[in-house]
Design a protein around this ligand. Structure first.
Ligand code: GFB
Length: 392
């Protein structure tokens, strides 16, 4: 399933009509305008899977925009999933995982012109990319006294380290590399492309580019196309058929680094159980609880004890499933099961929970069963998630 650098083969290079590195045609007629151009991107290393899914939507909007305003056909290259910080199974190789392991890429291709990285290499070979652009924040000092929130960008000295090797591929090289201070929506990246006129370009720190219109029609069209792969749906379905025979409540408990990153949003295990039982006391038809969590075994057992006599389930991947679908696939199975629950409670501020809420909106489930989150232990006023409603 994983691909390696040695598999790269350049289809265009074997073709009479190929472009040379300088952009001449070899077959005597200009194909420059008809060949697609490619945009690659990467995201700040520590970011998790579900924030990266959101960055994809912003980049997909940008590609749509490019294809409206430019004479060329632009294709977005799906960044492989590579050694994410939260993927904890150290015995597994979780390098450069293609999107097709997790998503139905054909469904995405119906809405957004995308290719996987290995498909890009088949077209481009090992030719250097025309440009590497590292996005960075504007210096606060340059704001004078008052912050300026207008959309803007400028070529600048690099503030931090520039990434030399994307996804540990030493054969992905660049003709030129520059840093750009950037503030604004993702379609503003089009101005940079216009200025640099590259055929292939990679943006690093793409998370700095914001949504054009979060929660609008285009957002949902792209979001809806990001279906999980059939294989993962099948595994979730099998688990639900076997274990979750009745209506169930799903609770997503985000712990581990969230205990430090968002301490006031994460209740203690005891308090978590109390909040679940309180909800269930209002819904006499639900007796079954599904727990999705990154908590330790010990924390889960503690929670399970507090929740007795309710029936409590958690998906435990067998060795084959874990080997085939990795930590990322197991997390998605949790998300699929939660998205189909009768009632959902998530963890405040977790993008893992947000993506479940979106999935439930796409499925058309009642809004009051979706936008709920746990309250931290010492919170006076516990705010519930914003209701981002699906727009067709
Ligand atoms: O997805 P994610 O960006 O959500 O990152 P947050 C959390 C990761 O932890 C998931 C694992 O992608 C999973 O790998 N994980 C979390 C889970 N909950 C579960 C679960 O219920 N089941 C399974 N199987 N795995 C942000 C991060 O996390 O938290 C930021 O994106 C930062 O980088 C911040 O660390 C504090 O939005 O919850």
């Amino acid at each position: 399933i994983l691909w390696t650098a040695v598999q790269f083969e350049c289809l265009l290079c074997a073709d009479d009509n190929r472009l040379s590195a300088e952009g001449e045609t070899l077959a005597g007629h200009t194909v420059l305008n008809t060949l697609p151009r490619y945009i690659l991107y990467d995201v700040n290393k520590p970011e998790g899977f579900n924030l990266r899914r959101d960055v994809f939507i912003r980049m997909a909007s940008f590609i749509h925009h490019m294809n409206k305003v430019s004479d060329y056909h632009w294709i977005l290259v799906l960044p492989p999933w590579h050694r994410l910080y939260h993927w904890r199974s150290s015995n597994l190789v979780q390098d450069r995982v293609p999107w097709s392991l997790f998503f139905n890429v054909d469904s995405i291709k119906n809405i957004v012109p995308v290719v996987e990285l290995h498909e890009f290499f088949q077209m481009n070979g090992l030719r250097p990319l025309d440009a590497q652009v590292t996005l960075q924040d504007f210096n606060l000092k340059s704001f004078d006294q008052y912050p300026d929130f207008s959309d803007k960008w400028e070529i600048a000295n690099c503030k931090g380290q520039v990434q030399k090797e994307f996804w540990n591929l030493n054969n992905l090289t660049f003709t030129k590399s520059l840093c750009i201070s950037f503030q604004g929506i993702s379609t503003l990246l089009a101005d940079i492309v216009q200025e640099l006129q590259p055929r292939t370009i990679i943006f690093d720190h793409a998370e700095l580019a914001l949504h054009n219109y979060y929660g609008g029609q285009e957002y949902w069209r792209i979001r809806k196309s990001m279906q999980f792969s059939n294989n993962l749906h099948e595994i979730a379905k099998e688990f639900m058929k076997k274990n979750l025979k009745q209506d169930y409540l799903c609770a997503h408990l985000r712990r581990r680094d969230f205990l430090y990153g968002h301490p006031s949003d994460v209740p203690s295990i005891n308090n978590t159980a109390k909040q679940i039982i309180e909800k269930l006391s209002l819904m006499s038809n639900i007796k079954t609880i599904y727990i999705a969590t990154d908590a330790s075994k010990k924390e889960f057992e503690e929670l399970n004890n507090y929740l007795q006599p309710y029936e409590v389930f958690k998906f435990e991947a067998d060795e084959k499933t874990l080997n085939n679908f990795l930590d990322g696939g197991v997390a998605i199975i949790d998300q699929i099961i939660c998205s189909q629950a009768k009632y959902f409670i998530g963890t405040s501020k977790s993008t893992f929970s947000f993506r479940i809420q979106e999935e439930r909106e796409i499925l058309g489930l009642p809004v009051e069963t979706t936008f709920n989150s746990f309250c931290g232990d010492n919170i006076v006023k516990c705010t519930q998630p914003t209701k981002w409603r699906f727009v067709e």
